[in-house]
Design a protein. Sequence first.
Length: 200
Amino acid sequence: MAEEHIKAKYRHILLSGDDMKKGFTLIEVLISIGILSVISLVLSQSFLSTTRGSMKSEIQSSVKQSGDFAVKTMEQMIRQASSISPATCTSLPLKTLELNNPDGGVTTFRCLYVNPPGITRIASVSGLVNPVTYYLTSSDVTLGGTGCNAAAMTLSFTCTAGPGIPDKVLINFTLSQAGTAHSQAEAARTSFQTTVNVRN
């Protein structure tokens, strides 16, 4: 009887097996938190990877689009030129190319350093008295280097000419995104090269 009296008095302390199953133990809670943490980590890494891939694709597309526009514009103007200036038509790679236009004008393709934002761009400069400059690459991309005379600047023109054959120009340059990439994985860099014959 004393035993039953003690059990009744301390009943709230002595729980039966059924009463023990109403909650979670500390170990069960910690294991659940660990599993949820691993799942969250995997999902966040997957999301970040997808976001980085999308950002790199957009940057790469912008670099390629700007370079393609520059190439097409230069090809069209070189084909329509009456000749290439002998000063810029050597067998050596040069940083400028001077075209003699059918209207008597002169157009020069060259690198221009724009500061700010501190990038090198491909430009077309037309006219001798009042020169007009058109940028052929966007301000989102750069030829590289800290100026047009820097070794890292990638624009070059190699012209070949000879008697009885049309002038031929090899255009070669590399564009990369302007500014600093957030990470090397996001950096975009594309090389462009084409050969164009003067038609006239």
